[in-house]
Design a protein around this ligand. Structure first.
Ligand code: NCD
Ligand code: ZN
Ligand code: ZN
Length: 346
């Protein structure tokens, strides 16, 4: 006996595709299941200007295998020198769908991010005026703030003041990891949404640390206590339109993960939809998966839903997903949930 569900084809509202050989290797993993994705701009050097975003978009399309359809939704990396007029022009031409805010030093390739929020006030005001979304990596970087508290402190010290100072600014809190993030979104009924990753619905901080350190479960924001994972599951499966899928699939080679100072990021592009089917079924909420993965994101970004579909089928035996994908830079480990998964895409 097999069960199947057919969804409007999903989109990924937070994705790292990188560049060069890594881009070529990971792009098909996303394009197989997803129609579109918000493409994170944290390359080295970052994608700061409209011209750089256009060139990156062309490199992505050139890397797409024949016969695959995929639309990259481009973003600009906000710096203290970003020109509001360049942002407005890139938005008006349809090239970009969002601007990404990285607090300087918060995560992978964020050195060019923002230190002084007063310096980006003009850009944020322009974005509020034209209705362009700000995607936020929501963690403070102060040395005296515990890494497990950095999201909650960011909401109080940075996000809420910035939103109050810029009425009408549309914000997505990216990859929320805490009950505090869920509650902040629920307490605001306009201009605020949040992405939730696949892996933060599955792991808590014990998975990273108990029984030996697991570098492939290390990402930023770092997974928190179990109560927070449960709050994320509740938000994702609630049907609340303000929460939608952003996988934050973030490939790093095994050599860069399995080392004394390992990179942050989980690579989930390959098996995200089967893992989500497992999680939503476990929560008795398979009927909410389409909203989370395929409908709430387009609604927030004011884009049409995809017109084609994706079917997931439940097998009788566990599905064997590849443990790694090969890239010219070396292997990249695929996120292993640590339990058998019976769902696969048709
Ligand atoms: N999530 C991560 O742990 N890493 C991301 C950056 C980010 O999204 O913060 C990356 O680019 O590797
Ligand atoms: Zn981030
Ligand atoms: Zn990310």
């Amino acid at each position: 006996m097999s069960t199947s569900i057919t969804l409007t084809r999903p989109d990924d509202w937070h994705l790292h595709l990188r560049d060069g050989a890594m881009l070529s290797a990971v792009l098909p993993e996303t394009a197989r299941d997803f129609a579109r994705a918000i493409i994170m701009p944290n390359l080295v050097p970052p994608v700061v200007t409209g011209a750089q975003a256009a060139a990156y978009r062309d490199r992505i399309m050139a890397a797409l295998p024949e016969g695959m359809a995929f639309e990259p939704l481009m973003t600009l990396y906000l710096t203290e020198d970003t020109d509001p007029a360049d942002v407005a022009a890139a938005h008006a031409s349809g090239l970009i769908k969002a601007v990404k805010l990285y607090p300087a030093g918060a995560t992978t390739n964020s050195a060019s991010g923002v230190r002084d929020f007063d310096k980006v006030r003009g850009v944020l005001e322009k974005m509020a005026e034209i209705g362009l979304t700000l995607c936020v990596h929501g963690e403070v970087t102060d040395n005296d703030i515990d890494i497990f508290d950095r999201e909650a402190v960011f909401i109080d010290r940075v996000l809420d003041p910035v939103r109050r100072a810029t009425p009408g600014l549309r914000v997505v809190m990216e990859h929320i990891t805490t009950r505090d993030g869920v509650e902040y979104v629920r307490a605001n009924d306009r201009d605020l949404g949040a992405t939730i990753t696949t892996h933060h619905l599955i792991i808590n901080r014990n998975h990273i640390l108990v029984g030996g350190i697991k570098p492939h479960y290390y990402c930023l924001p770092v997974a928190k206590r179990e109560e927070h994972r449960l709050a994320l599951r509740d938000a994702a499966t609630s049907g609340d339109e303000r929460f939608f899928l952003g996988t934050d699939s973030a490939p790093h080679t095994d050599a860069n993960k399995e080392t004394a100072c390992g990179c942050a990021g989980c690579f989930t592009a390959t098996n995200t939809m089967p893992l989500l089917a497992h999680v939503f079924e476990e929560e008795g909420a398979l009927d909410k998966l389409e909203g989370f993965a395929s409908k709430h994101g387009p609604a927030f970004y004011r884009l049409a839903e995809n017109s084609d579909t994706l079917t997931l089928v439940k097998q009788n035996a566990p599905v064997a997903f590849p443990a790694k994908i090969d890239t010219a830079d070396g292997p990249v480990t695929v996120f292993d949930p640590g339990f058998p998964v019976f769902w696969k895409t048709a």
